[in-house]
Design a protein around this ligand. Structure first.
Ligand code: FAD
Length: 404
């Protein structure tokens, strides 16, 4: 897909920034496993955080496609920078910008644009991963707001994020209303009371962003901080997941960027490494590996771009295109980074070189944000024109409905 002049200029600005500012920091961020506040400041200054925020709130009103162009360039060099750009343009931020009240939008915009915040999205629980709707976290109605109790885990940005979009079951007078999104802003330990950052979950890759448990202990959320998603609590989860499709496209883009970066490294190494008296690039076995890697990366990019340009429910990317793009990009990243490491031989296996980091960084994308299996269920459901319940009794309920 051809880029417009403006898009091409944005991409080349992002590329120049990534090469000059991001690339030199990538290995250190991975080694120290610390959140790169310096990069956050530089990304914010360069206008890459909150670029999708409307101009009226200080943003650039950039499209998700624009964000994708930037994210790929960052992730080519550093998956951490790529993921920060995803979460500071899509995810929870996108949900607030689409559904939030004016005050909520302004709050989110100020946090991201003013403080470089990377909002956190809190869905997953120890007993509710792929079966996210089985979450146990409850928000109980109280005078003037809601009191939340529950335990989330694998929350990206736990301890560094300020804005938290917390998914919880809304319960009023003992009656469940559905799943809603509740906004909390963390200013530090104990603020607000009841938003407790639990232990860090030490991850295989993308180590510069903490993944943590987040405990909600009588966390009070005033009515003004309930995200008023369309259809209210009854349709709350569906509307929140519509917003999540943008995050999926963003995650797919980080995977794409890692794969594209690994391919660049593989090409460069194949040209300079000599064995049997000639560059290994002269061996057909290597040439065909590189060709297959390039085909896969281009295919993934085409799918990611198509998904990013699409418009599905509530104005977010089409869910099926987002799922297809994330499956392909995530699996491409796993394969291409491994092949790139192979081309580097023992040097690829060494921790001093970027290849082993890229293999580790690539691995999360078939898991986080909807596993490759769950996304295939979504694609199959669309192909077959059928709901595909996954619980044992789900099919019985479908049969009952058909019989009625
Ligand atoms: P499970 O659901 O236990 O799945 C285990 C295996 O069973 C998987 O292979 C899965 O595909 C398969 N499986 C399950 N059900 C089916 C089915 N019906 N059909 C076929 N196969 C099935 N969550 C958040 O809320 N916020 C975050 O910021 C966040 N960040 C994350 C960052 C990372 C690095 C990771 C690894 C996870 C993150 N998550 C986050 C959680 C992530 O969304 C979940 O890990 C994911 O939804 C899968 O849940 P699970 O890990 O419990 O796996």
């Amino acid at each position: 897909m051809e880029l417009t002049e403006r898009e091409a200029a944005l991409k080349s600005r992002a590329r120049a920034f990534a090469e000059a500012v991001v690339a030199p920091r990538a290995a250190e961020i991975d080694r120290t496993e610390s959140y790169p506040w310096d990069l956050v400041a530089a990304l914010r200054e360069a206008g890459f955080l909150g670029m999708t925020i409307p101009e009226a709130l200080g943003g650039r009103a950039a499209s998700y496609f624009d964000a994708v162009l930037v994210i790929e360039e960052m992730a080519r060099h550093c998956a951490v920078a790529g993921r920060i750009c995803v979460e500071a343009n899509m995810g929870a931020l996108g949900a607030v910008m689409a559904y939030g009240t004016e005050d909520q939008k302004r709050l989110a915009a100020d946090l991201v644009l003013g403080e470089g915040d990377k909002p956190a999205i809190c869905i997953t629980e120890p007993e509710a991963g792929s079966a996210a709707t089985e979450m146990r976290t409850r928000a109980e109605r109280r005078q003037g707001g809601w009191v939340i109790n529950g335990r989330k885990h694998w929350i990206t940005g736990g301890g560094v994020s300020k804005l938290h979009l917390i998914f919880a079951r809304a319960v009023e007078n003992g009656v469940e209303q559905g799943i809603g999104g509740f906004i909390a802003v963390r200013r530090g330990e104990g603020d607000p009371p009841g938003l407790v950052i639990g232990p860090r979950q030490h991850a295989m890759g993308v180590r510069g962003i903490p993944e943590t448990v987040v405990e909600l202990r009588d966390l009070f959320i005033p009515d003004t901080m309930v995200l008023p998603s369309p259809g209210g609590f009854r349709r709350g989860f569906g509307a929140l997941m519509d917003a999540y499709n943008a995050q999926r496209v963003g995650a797919a883009t980080v995977a794409l960027g890692i794969a594209a970066g690994a391919l660049d490294h593989a090409i460069a190494y194949a040209r300079r490494r000599e064995q049997f008296g000639r560059p290994i690039a002269e061996f057909q076995g290597i040439q065909w590996m590189l060709a297959d890697m390039a085909v896969a990366v281009d295919a993934a990019r085409a799918m990611v771009h198509r998904a990013a340009r699409s418009r599905g429910p509530n104005g977010f990317p089409d869910p099926v295109l987002a799922a297809k793009a994330k499956i392909l990009a995530a699996e491409t990243a796993v394969k291409v980074t491994n092949d790139a490491l192979q081309i580097w031989g023992s040097a690829g296996y060494a921790r001093d070189n970027p290849m082993e980091r890229m293999v580790r960084d690539a691995r999360m994308f078939t898991i986080a944000g909807g596993t490759a299996q769950i996304l295939r269920n979504l694609v199959a459901s669309d192909l077959l024109g059928m709901k595909l319940p996954q619980t044992r009794d789900g099919w019985l309920r479908v049969a009952e409905r058909r019989a009625a």
